[in-house]
Structures are given as C-alpha cells and as structure tokens.
Write a protein that binds this ligand. Sequence first.
Ligand code: ATP
Ligand code: MG
Length: 244
Amino acid sequence: MNIPKSHPRFVSLQTREKLVKGFDNNLVAKEGLLAHGRGEAFDYLIGEKTLKSAKKAISAAAYTLQNAKSPVISVNGNFAALCAPEIIKLSRILGAKIEVNLFYGPESRKRAITKVLKKSGAKEVLGINPKSARRLKGIDSARRIVDKDGIYSADVVLVPLEDGDRTLALKKAKKKVITFDLNPLSRTAQTADITIVDNTTRAMKLLVVACKKKKVKRSYNNKKVLSESISEIKKNLQRRAKLA
Ligand code: ATP
Ligand code: MG
C-alpha cells in the first residue's frame, strides 16, 4: 500500500484485508464480502470518519445498553472478523450476552466465529446449541432462529450489518434494536430504534468508551439523527467536490 498510515483510506484497506482473511478462514460468507463492499461505498461518501450524528447515536446506544435488563450482542462473521476484542470488552462492561447469529451460515462457520470470540476472551457464546433454538415470528427460513437464553429473551439487541427483514422481526418481537449501518437509507437503518451510521471498526471503539461512562438520559429521535447524517454526508460531498 502506497498510502500514508495516517490516511483514513489506509485503515479502510487494512479492514478489507481483515475481511478477506476472514473469508479464507471460513469466518466470513461470500455474501458478507458483498455487504462489506456496500458498506465501503457508503464509508467513502461519509469520508471514512465518524459523523457528529453518529456520535449522538452512540451516546443514546450507550445509555440504552447500560439500562437494559438483558442486553445481547449479536455477532455475524463480518463483525467477528473486524471487532472481536471490542465485542468482548463491551460484553464485559455491560454484562451483555454474546450470540452468534447468521443468515448465511453452515454450522462450521458458527464454530469458526465462536472460536475467534473465545480466543479473544469470551466465556460463553450463545446461538450454537440446537436445543436452545427458538423461532422469531414473521420471518422465514434459518434467519428466524435465535437462542432462548439470548436474543429470544433479550430486551435490547445490538446488531451489526443486519438485514431489513430480521430487523423488522426483532421489532415485532418487541426488542429494542441498536444497529450499526453505514447506509442511512437501508431498511435496517430506518427500522432500528438507534442507528449508528458509522463503520463498526470505528464505532465499536467509541461505544466501548461511551459505555464505561455513566450516561444520562437525553431525548433521542432516530429519524431526526438519520436525517442529520444524510445532511452531513451531503455537505461533505459538496465540500470535497469543490476541492477536486
Ligand atoms: P437492508 O436489508 O437493511 O435494506 P441492504 O439489503 O441494503 O440492507 P444488506 O446486505 O442486507 O444491505 O446489509 C449490509 C449493510 O451493512 C449495508 O447497508 C452496508 O452499508 C452495511 N455495512 C457493511 N459493512 C459495514 C461495516 N463495517 N460497518 C457498518 N455497516 C456496514
Ligand atoms: Mg438486505
């Protein structure tokens, strides 16, 4: 790479390499690589840095997670490949459970993800015991399966790169959904209670820091914060186009 290490693009290329390595190790699905590509495109437009609006969403997410009765962190291959140490830190700070939850997933991938999480320090990983499997209503196929001790009985679920149908199913099951999604227009972004429009690689670090501090309740309107993120992206693009 001939890009200075300080340049955000350098980090973005390193992240891409982690995903490719994750794919080679059966951690990340082909579809996960494509989802990452979609994310990269949005990250490019965002300017590969955390927007002010995303910081507001992170703060609201921290308050909600700190005050949850049974928070669960849902983990897929991409999230494990990019953020395993932060997932463990967050689960420790909050006393949150970790559940492997895939929409493209043979058992071998679930095992690979569990292994990475345990190697990073996770004591317990849910979502792998078929006896604990329960079904979410209103969604078809394997994507509806969740763990009875995890997402099924959670009040707040942190889900990265989620699919719109599943986000809706989680909402119908009365879960509070916090998501990371670089695309403020996706169905997930629009359906979740709190949408952090930022790369998980940056936002998870900030969320860990935020969850260590005692948060106070502030009013939060996801639709408003999403529209702020779109305005910020627009301004960012206009500024960059003038510089070109
Ligand atoms: P939806 O089903 O919610 O409408 P979609 O079909 O547009 O979304 P999916 O392929 O289901 O997209 O999910 C991938 C989403 O994850 C994309 O919106 C993409 O921007 C986002 N994404 C990918 N990588 C990251 C990342 N590292 N951090 C945050 N978001 C990401
Ligand atoms: Mg989708």
